[in-house]
Ligand binder design. Structure first.
Ligand code: NDP
Ligand code: OXD
Length: 318
């Protein structure tokens, strides 16, 4: 049996040698090969563990049984029209979830505590002792109450924020006022001061973060103007709308970890905009140790005839 790895990512965490070493160490009796580097017989490949594999590669494996995605989001994989009809398992890992919760908490807190303004004041040597509010005065709206959204919500609640959530179907998260579906979106946005986006990119969500949506966010909050934090996918957002909404005050500030085009082109106006805090798609890195552990456990369980977990529903796209 061969496990094929096909990995194409820009971050340090995607260095292919580290992934191969981790998988091979955990699967000493199996052959682990790297697409594009190692020789292998396609007929012997039963499992593939991938991040943005070359379109068409997986279709060339006649005996493939399961595809394991090395990250949580599967939009890039599902964009491959030739993707074989075998179970597709995505990464749901405590390690990844905690990383995202750190990111969300960090950015909610820094906007809440007005850090960008204070840092600008420090650069000017100005003692800027402006109002600081209690967390309970701020309403955080989490779009996407899945694995990541739920965990982040729980930590934000613990910090004292008022947390609302929006999902496709009804969700029950203790302490979170939840809204769902198209019908619930307007009511959700009306009570949101800081919008945290942890949605998958699907045909339904593409471009959802646009001017029309930003205009529906609450404008009566203590922050003065609403804040956007998007760590879901760049395809969710319309970047020209984000810039114009920052310029005319519809948005007060944004944190973006993901972009329409990645890496973000040097010419993008987002780089230098004073209202933008950006990070290079590293809100929640896939760690080779944690994720290979997770996948090897699933792969061995599958070989024992046990069911797979976190199988993607192709019909909904996540
Ligand atoms: P889940 O599948 O667990 O949760 C997705 C959530 O989004 C669910 O609550 C779902 O609703 C909701 N949702 C999906 N479609 C819609 C819709 N049309 N309308 C309203 N709600 C919708 O995913 P995860 O929490 O594990 O991950 C979310 C995304 O985060 C990933 O798809 C990926 O794009 C991104 N991500 C980004 C990372 C980064 O480093 N920037 C790292 C990891 C993930 P329901 O509950 O009803 O199904
Ligand atoms: C993921 C990501 O989806 O890192 O896991 O973006």
């Amino acid at each position: 049996m061969t496990l094929l790895l096909s990995i194409q990512g820009a971050g340090d965490n995607w260095a292919t040698a580290a992934w191969k070493e981790r998988f091979q160490r955990r699967l000493p009796d199996k052959k682990v090969v790297l697409a594009g580097q190692d020789q292998f017989d396609p007929a012997l490949v039963r499992f593939a563990a991938v991040w943005k594999p070359t379109p068409g590669l997986l279709a060339s494996l006649p005996n493939l049984k399961v595809i394991f995605n090395l990250g949580a989001g599967v939009d890039a994989l599902l964009a491959d029209q030739t993707l074989p009809d075998v179970p597709l398992v995505r990464a749901v890992s405590r390690d990844l979830t905690q990383r995202m919760t750190e990111y969300v908490t960090l950015h909610v807190l820094l906007h809440h505590r007005r850090l960008p303004m204070l840092q600008a004041a420090q650069r000017e040597r100005v003692w800027m002792a402006r109002d600081q509010w209690a967390a309970g005065d701020v309403r955080v709206g989490v779009m996407g109450l899945g694995e990541l959204g739920r965990d982040a919500s729980e930590v934000l609640l613990r910090l004292g924020f008022r947390v609302n959530g929006w999902s496709r179907g009804p969700r029950d998260v203790a302490g979170v006022t939840s809204f769902h579906g198209d019908d619930g979106l307007k009511a959700f946005l009306m009570v949101t001061d800081i919008l945290v986006v942890l949605l998958p990119l699907t045909t339904e969500t593409r471009g959802i973060l646009n001017r029309g949506l930003f205009q529906q966010l609450a404008r009566d909050g203590v922050l003065g103007a609403p804040v956007l934090i998007n760590a879901g996918r760049g395809g969710l957002q319309v970047e020209t709308d984000i810039i114009s909404c920052l310029d005319d005050g519809t948005l007060g500030a944004v944190t973006l970890d993901v972009f329409e085009t990645e890496p973000l082109p040097a010419a993008s106006a987002l780089w230098g905009h004073p209202g933008v805090l950006l990070t290079p798609h590293n809100a929640a890195d896939s760690d080779p140790g944690a994720i290979s552990d997770l996948i090897v456990k699933q792969l061995l369980a599958y070989e024992r005839g046990e069911p797979l977990m976190n199988v993607v529903k192709r019909a909904t796209g996540y």
